[in-house]
Write a protein that binds this ligand. Structure first.
Ligand code: NI
Ligand code: MN
Length: 226
């Protein structure tokens, strides 16, 4: 699995048979000004919830390359009205896509579409493909539900967790989340984009180190292989 960071909570996950783009927020992000959204060409766009900082470029990308939206029923229906194809899921559900398995998991947050339409419940995804597994938490607080993920997936290769505080859990809670899910390699997201989520990188890494976990803070456009 190759994971590339495009700022905030936007990641491109390259699998052997498909490319998945998570929560595209590129064109409104000054830190991502050198990224051309039309270069990404994903097969699927995975949307955790309806907030603007997770969906900003989804419509333009889906319309340019025919990518399908994978999200909750309400969000997939909202994009369906714009003529965009999708696959709706909801908590507890798994679906076998051609590229692998996806499970829809709980996030503790809120969700509304940029136009004020109801955005369903916010969620996260666990992906199993090519003999690997990974967890994208979406925007969430620390929650005991995360302990279930360790039971279902005892060998997660990596997890993407929000660490910026204020709107989501901060890095200290995220380090606890890493223990709950039993994952040693955590990729941080939802930090530094806005003033209220700016973090001290060394302190954040230290909070994970204390628990025997590694926090990776990717730079814009950086690719990680798991
Ligand atoms: Ni949000
Ligand atoms: Mn957010």
């Amino acid at each position: 699995m190759e994971l590339t960071y495009y700022g905030h909570s936007t990641f491109l996950l390259k699998l052997s048979t498909a490319t998945l783009l998570f929560d595209p927020f590129i064109s409104p992000n000054p830190a991502a000004k050198d990224i051309n959204i039309l270069d990404l060409k994903p097969d699927y766009i995975m949307i955790t919830h309806g907030h603007e900082d997770h969906v900003a470029d989804a419509e333009a990308i889906a319309k340019s390359c025919g990518a399908k939206i994978v999200s909750n029923f309400e969000i997939v229906s909202w994009y369906g009205q714009k003529g965009i194809q999708g696959h709706p899921m909801n908590f507890g559900g798994q679906w076998k896509f051609k590229f692998g398995m996806v499970r829809s998991v709980v996030a503790v947050h809120s969700s509304v579409m940029p136009d004020g339409a109801y955005g369903g419940n916010p969620g996260g995804f666990v992906i199993e493909a090519d003999g690997n597994s990974c967890y994208f938490a979406g925007d969430t607080a620390l929650t005991l539900d995360m302990k279930l993920i360790k039971d279902w997936y005892p060998n997660l290769d990596f997890a993407v967790l929000p660490i910026g505080d204020n709107f989501t859990m901060g890095y200290e809670d995220a380090a606890v989340a890493a223990e709950f899910i039993g994952c040693d390699k955590i990729v941080g997201c939802h930090f530094d984009t806005f003033d209220v989520i700016k973090i001290d990188h060394e302190k954040a890494k230290g909070a994970f180190r204390l628990r025997g976990k590694e926090l990776i803070l990717p730079t814009m456009g950086e690719s990680l292989t798991f």
